[in-house]
Ligand binder design. Sequence first.
Ligand code: GLC
Length: 613
Amino acid sequence: MSSLLSAQTEDFIDWWQHAVFYQIYPRSFKDSNGDGIGDLQGVISKLPYLAETGITATWLSPIFQSPMVDFGYDVSDYKSIQTEYGTMADFEQLVNTATSLGIKIILDFVPNHTSDKHEWFIKSAARDPLYDNFYVWADGKLDNQGVRQPPNNWQSVFYGSAWQWHEQRGQYYLHQFAKEQPDLNFRNPAVVRAMDDVLLFWLNKGVAGFRIDALNHLFEDETLPDEPLSGKTTDPLSYDYTKHIYTKDLPEVLSMVQHWRQLLDDYTAKHSEGATRIMMTEAYADLQVLMDYYEDAGGVRGSQLPFNFHFITDVSGDSDARDFVYNIEKWLIYMPRGHTANWVMGNHDKPRVATRFGPASVDAMNMLLLTLPGVAVTYNGEELGMQDYDEISWEDTVDPPARIAGKLDYKKVSRDPERTPFQWSNATNAGFSTAAKTWLPVNPNYLVLNLEAQKQAVKSHYKVYKSLIELRKLPVLRRGRFSIEPLSRTVFAFKRTLKDYDTLVTIINVSAKEQLVNLTDFINRPQKLVVEVAGVDSVYAPGDSSFLANNRSDKPQLRLAPRAGLVLSYEQSGMSKQRRLLVKQIIKSFNVVLVALLMYNLWRHKWTKVNFN
Ligand code: GLC
């Protein structure tokens, strides 16, 4: 099975279409003032690191004023910076420094809900006429005993009823997440306008776009019907108890995506001195829904990058080669023509790569991420293969769904393990902070697993990651065609090809055993295979082509360590680009000589005629 992706011409590649987006979780990235919490000056101090690594753009989890119930995803003022993170001047400095280093800044836009401390909510609760309908308010129901109950059976993603009684207003309000995160009412045009204003505010500060949070939760059925039971659990308070047909993925969401796209496009058109402003959207949704975000059946465009979470949600350490191939193909087959694929390998809500696939998979997963066609999205720390810290005590646990789950069950849902501080070095607190206590504990493995050690080591995950980004500059990775196949149950490979350039091949062993791979079926008469990037456990090193030594025929047998990958290149037609260019040059010169001779002969003939007749 193979699929071809139409090769794009260089002219059509906009800045974001082959970008590496790096997600920074600001609270855990770098603390500059010793309070145990990451901040904007910390991010600024590490921008040169991102530039040196080759990152195109960074998207920052929320940095706005917030009571931090959901660590910034509960915004109390969309237009000011969280005090513990810094000031607006710091933010402006961040944009300027990033711009001077060639890095673009993307902000997290949280439209579904605000904090219950937001001025809009306080005014809405007080029935201020201007804000009365800013949120989703509803009367409750009385049960048989005359006791007040929520209007329906909707549950919060974080467990328990999605409705909270508000004494002052005398009504329930909807919260799809924590009760301190009331849902905005996007059916109210004033809310849409207020949020547009937020987008324009940050665009004017020079951001290149937005990551849109919890997008598919934006609208609910106005008649508030009970949702049908899913049959997945008997716990009526669990989010899994019902099928979310009235609270998620309503068609109105698509209209909002298209509305924001228009706003961004208009802004780009008016400020053509800047780059295309883009959106990347967060929705764990069906493939068809995500594809409509790109472009609906009527050709209306929406999100440039509807996040593709398949490497997070649809494959794991137990998946075989066919599962990977199937998931990769799935996205490319459904994606409307002319759009850009994206691959998200991790984020602050899901276990890290080393934890999901096993630490031995780190390099292979980065090879996959960075050699597939389109956009790569890396969560901070994945370039080092950071691991979840699963031993965080109940006392140190801060993530709201984990606190709600309680002491016995918190580990099943906590997102704290993947949010621990970035491991810069083996200094105190991994070089993250000089505080006596950091907001989340540092993973004790920082003593061996840290950036500084990986920069010094001969081989390291970071070095592999960096060399992959370097390799991405090749035209064949920027716009080459793509085809993929499972070579067995345990190994899959894909090719990137482009006329006049060497072909690149990525091979991944997803099993826990070493595999010997014969590539003859996959590669048509390879004259010479060369290793471009090898993982830390590989027997090969970049530049090697020694595996051909035992094989005088063109039957290269590769050794792939457990869960390892390899990126190879080979000359497409047995002739290197340089050699092809030389031959072309010779032919060209030969033609020139031929034409000159012809002209000379003609001229001589004519001259002869003139003189002797
Ligand atoms: C998104 C965020 C997550 C947050 C939730 C509610 O899914 O990624 O961290 O808890 O929205 O805002």
